[in-house]
Write a protein that binds this ligand. Sequence first.
Ligand SMILES: [Zn+2]
Length: 318
Amino acid sequence: MLTNHSPLPKLRPIVLVPLIALCSLLAACTAGPTVSNVPSITATASAVASPTRVTRPTATMAPLSTLAPTATAVPTPPSTATPVFADTATIHARSTVPILCYHQVRDWTVDDATVDKAYIMPIKTFAEQMDFLDQQGYHTISPDQLYAYLTTGASLPAKPVLLTFDDGHGSEWTNAVPVLQKHHFQATFFIMTVVLDKPHWLSSDQVKQLDQMGMTIAAHTWDHHRVTRYSGDDWKQQITLPTKELADLTGHPIKYFAYPYGLWNTAAFPYLKDAGFLAAFQLSDKMDPGAPLLTIRRIIASGTWKLQTFQDNLAEDF
Ligand SMILES: [Zn+2]
């Protein structure tokens, strides 16, 4: 619930640029292979065609008679105008909504390596972050709302923020969802299906329940291999089949995708479009100016952040 609409306090300059850069390089989740040999990604303009543009119908004006004072007014037909689908430059320019990426939400243990703590958000820290969003009047939005805004300029609530959870850790259900529900927040869960129903990971039933409680279920491959190395049957195994599995679980199409480790290349775009995705989310690499919907930026909310760092990153230009 919104309890406080006071303006944001004055924010200190960003101090975690090195961490953000590290996140961008690692772009890692704690599951899956290590990321010591992450290839550098060069964004190139996409040759992929933009989605079909819808042309707004032009209203036809009935000529006004100046000679017949008794002329009856021509009734105005109800508007059938369809919003114009924005061009890529407009979508790129609109892509400033903060999008946070979480992984595990649990307290650290002695076995957690320092480098892993970026992906493990202590429960109390997460609760403080959600309290802050609520108290400052932030509104969590869905990918559908973001997509409508980006492509048609549809309005968003004040201070929008998109919360995303990657991989499908069981702690997302156990420790994050109760906090989200307390604040009536929505979030998006990018699930790699290989872990479903395994100990310490989300169950199929939990994914179903998340969908039914208004969270967005989205795709994150089968076993977290990076798309930049796919060939042959990889596309079917990593994109087509796991996305169908999630669609079967939820009973509706899966429209959004997150790249494992945030790593993407233009070769993946046609496959993602064929899979029916409206948009794909990376991490903090630059967007592809030719395909902004397929390279939407997020930032990893690090478990090591102080609340001030959280505030600073929200205020950053995404
Ligand atoms: Zn991941």
